[in-house]
Design a protein around this ligand. Sequence first.
Ligand code: NAD
Length: 283
Amino acid sequence: MTIRVSLSEHRDASYDILIGRGLLAELPALLRRECPASAYAVISDSHVGPLYGERVVREASGVGCQVELVTFPAGEWNKTRETWAALCDRMVSLQYGRDAAVVALGGGVVGDLAGFVAATYLRGVAYVQVPTTLLAMIDSSVGGKTGVDVPAGKNMLGAFHQPRLVVTDLEVLGTLPPAQLTGGGGGGGGGGAPGRSGTLGFWSAWSPSPWRSRRRWLQRTSERPAGAPCSTSGTPWGMQLKPSPSSPCRTAKRWRSEWRPRPGSPNGWGLPNGARLSGSSGR
Ligand SMILES: NC(=O)c1ccc[n+]([C@@H]2O[C@H](COP(=O)([O-])OP(=O)(O)OC[C@H]3O[C@@H](n4cnc5c(N)ncnc54)[C@H](O)[C@@H]3O)[C@@H](O)[C@H]2O)c1
């Protein structure tokens, strides 16, 4: 006997990416409007939590629902199953139900981890991305890729889970260490910029030197030449850079932050020079 389970899923999972200055102050109202919930878990790391998390919780609590800050120690080496389990256990102990939501407040590590918590907690709850690094703003907060690393490699456990909203407050870049700015710019320029909606808007809103020339380069590369194929993913003419030379490093455990290349740094160094070279050679 065969019983066929007929399923066809058509749902609109579209969401907005808001980019501007001072948007953190508007977060409570934005949450209420775009991601209403009975309670929120603001997941952050040990650096971003004290910088912005406490303020977000204080202001969001004013709207009359339970808002808790849940932090974990910062660093890629904490993007693990153990941290994911600890975050989920904390939500269980807070007795959060399916009508609760997660706010991912931090860089790509926070976004991936908090997104994975949202994807799996009670088989999935809503979440909002509030990226605080350049890389997270122009790459990891968009697209719904969530997950954790395992000893065998990066991002090997995960799920696709789209956020309800991405809130990009450019003010928070002011506290970012300079190395994060250069690495994130390169990573986004490689993987995110041509392929992710909203990225050009980001570069338009925030592009201090030395990124202005990058913005012009992005505008050029995202204009699909007549007749060039579109990728099936809808990426404008499918341009994605291959993993950077830093990729083999990524499975190595506990790179020391003083000398570990930031993800995207090689792209960050290489892209402007590549653009200059191709410009001067006329290709
Ligand atoms: N999901 C995706 O599509 C996707 C895409 C690209 C990268 N990623 C992931 O992103 C991660 C890297 O993200 P990252 O480069 O943002 O690193 P990160 O999240 O570790 O942040 C870097 C450091 O900056 C600190 N920080 C963050 N925001 C700050 C701020 N505003 N002020 C001061 N300090 C701040 C963090 O605490 C951390 O110490 C990797 O795990 C990578 O796999 C995911």
